[in-house]
Design a protein around this ligand. Structure first.
Ligand code: GAR
Length: 356
């Protein structure tokens, strides 16, 4: 487990995004959030997410970096992520964490970086300059403002009717993707992975949720088939996506996976395959029919044979009572077995493939 610290000065949507991306996994953990302001939304958000947050006045950031370093050391912090942090980081901290402090900036650095360029100011300047593209950059922090080596950068288009606010919303969307990616790259490099692993073109592996890990262990897909015609949740600028970082946010594919039977397999040997299309509408109908057929009908037959047992017995036909009792047992077992099969969904699934 690699502990990271997040520094934030405001809304904290990037800080929240990092916590959601990492803290349910077991590789990277946002252990602490440090702020330089007292009454900012990020403090409450971190509290709700159970992340310890400490406020240090600007004087401490400016004059007493050792206090900050002591806190970082006591939490075994390996990487620092500046998520909208507006105070200068003192040289002592930069030296101690050389190559391990990341900053997210809302432009395509080196453009629109430097003094006074933060948050809304950047977007306003981009729009005023008539740019056709902007973006977000995650870079390593050095003693030169916004000038350290770029770790990840991504563009967004600036449209003629964009305002600073709409541009900010678009840039936030890519920030929620590239910041976790940059953190993972930096952690990988810190943990001495081979250059091919840490710098590969493919996105770094994302921390697994418990569900994903179990699904992988059991060899089953960890995807819930979608409800037909249901709309998928879209990103919103207010709510960061749950980044499931395979370098991408954790969205299901537009149509989500659906279980299907292989089209050309012979009857009775249809194999189950997983395809990216919607669940067949006949599936639900067959589920209901099969549940009724599998559980109810054999159950009724079993009851009829049970009733016969006592009538035969009173007629003095003990052999007939024994046969009826034997038949009742068989039908109870059939009912049980078919019930189990129908509950595992195999039967309705197979029949949906055969007749659907
Ligand atoms: C982000 O857009 C980030 O890129 C920017 O502040 C915003 C913070 O938003 N950082 C800078 O401008 C640094 N120079 P958030 O508080 O919602 O994460």
């Amino acid at each position: 487990m690699t502990n990271i610290a997040v520094f934030a000065s405001g809304t904290g949507s990037n800080a929240v995004n990092l916590v959601k991306a990492f803290n349910s996994g077991n590789r990277i953990h946002v252990a602490i959030c440090l702020t330089d302001r007292e009454d900012i939304p990020v403090i409450e958000k971190m509290r709700e997410l159970g992340v310890e947050t400490i406020y240090f006045p600007r004087s401490v950031w400016k004059e007493n970096p050792q206090t900050i370093l002591d806190v970082l050391k006591s939490h075994d912090i390996k990487i620092i992520a500046l998520a909208g942090f507006l105070s200068f980081i003192k040289e002592e901290i930069i030296n101690e964490y050389e190559g391990r402090i990341l900053n997210i900036h809302p432009s395509l650095l080196p453009a629109y970086g430097g003094k006074g360029m933060h948050g809304g100011n950047v977007h306003k300047a981009v729009i005023e300059a008539g740019e056709t593209k902007s973006g977000a950059t995650v870079h390593l922090v050095t003693n030169d403002l916004d000038a350290g080596p770029i770790v990840v950068q991504r563009e967004v288009a600036v449209l003629p009717d964009d305002t600073p606010e709409s541009l900010e919303a678009k840039v936030h969307e890519v920030e929620y993707l590239i910041f976790p990616e940059a953190v993972m790259k930096t952690v990988a490099a810190f943990n001495n992975q081979t250059p091919s692993e840490s710098n590969s073109a493919t996105p770094p592996e994302i921390p697994k949720s418990v569900d994903d890990a179990w699904a992988e262990t059991l060899g089953i897909p960890n995807n819930v088939p979608p409800i037909p015609n249901a709309t998928q949740t879209q990103f919103s600028s207010q709510t960061p996506p749950n980044v499931n970082p395979t370098g991408t946010a954790s969205h299901t594919t537009p149509n989500g996976p659906a279980y299907h039977t292989a089209p050309n397999a012979p009857m009775g040997q249809k194999s189950l395959t997983l395809q990216s299309e919607q669940m067949p509408p006949t599936y639900l109908v067959w589920s209901i029919i099969m549940t009724i057929l599998c559980c109810t009908i054999p159950g009724i037959v079993a009851i009829i044979f049970s009733a016969k047992v006592s009538s035969k017995y009173y007629e003095g036909d003990f052999d007939g009572a024994r046969r009826a009792s034997h038949n009742a047992e068989i039908w109870i077992i059939i009912s049980f077995v078919l019930g189990v099969l129908s509950n595992t969904l195999y039967l309705p699934l197979a029949l949906a493939g055969l007749f659907g």
